[in-house]
Design a protein. Sequence first.
Length: 83
Amino acid sequence: DHYPLPHLRLQLHWGSTAQGALLSVEDKEERRGQNNSKPNSTHVEVKISKAGISIIEELPPPGERRPRELLFCNLELVRLDWK
């Protein structure tokens, strides 16, 4: 799947591989004075063994101003690799 973000001059690519999910960010901004035949890129991998999410109530309980958090995000074994 491709998700263009023209206001940021970026494009997101999302997909699945045999080893997990893949998220790629492509810079669409042209750089002056650079040779466009060879793009400048950085490869970054974020690996998360387990991930949880936060679930918030849609409406606050009566008498309260803000919704309550029902579940908090939890990440385990986070690795960041780049080239």
